[in-house]
Design a protein around this ligand. Structure first.
Ligand code: FES
Length: 96
């Protein structure tokens, strides 16, 4: 399996913040793909349906008034996204 089999085409990396840590991830991809980019084995073999059913990829974004829950497999990355909380499954997979 090569990178081009996994990720949508991208030309550059964008910076996001995941629970206080700045990381660079491929533009034009869902957040779950971006997490996979950061931790290829744990996300690839983790308990994720990739299609919006399991909610194991739930994350919370910083929003103006409150934290906003979204599904990482259904949401495309945007530059400077600030993720303030992640599901237990993601915690096990990307926070090391
Ligand atoms: S991976 Fe199952 S809902 Fe996102």
């Amino acid at each position: 399996m090569t990178e081009s089999d996994i990720f949508e085409p991208f030309e550059r990396l964008v910076e996001i913040e995941i629970t206080g840590k700045r990381r660079e991830v491929p533009e034009n991809n869902t957040l779950l793909r971006c997490f996979q980019y950061l931790s290829i084995d744990t996300i690839s073999y983790g308990d994720f349906c990739w299609n919006g059913d399991c909610a194991n990829c739930r994350i919370w974004l910083e929003d103006t008034a409150q934290e906003k829950p979204i599904l990482a497999c259904r949401t495309k990355v945007r530059e400077r996204m600030k993720i303030v909380r992640v599901s237990e499954e993601l915690k096990l997979s990307i926070i090391r």
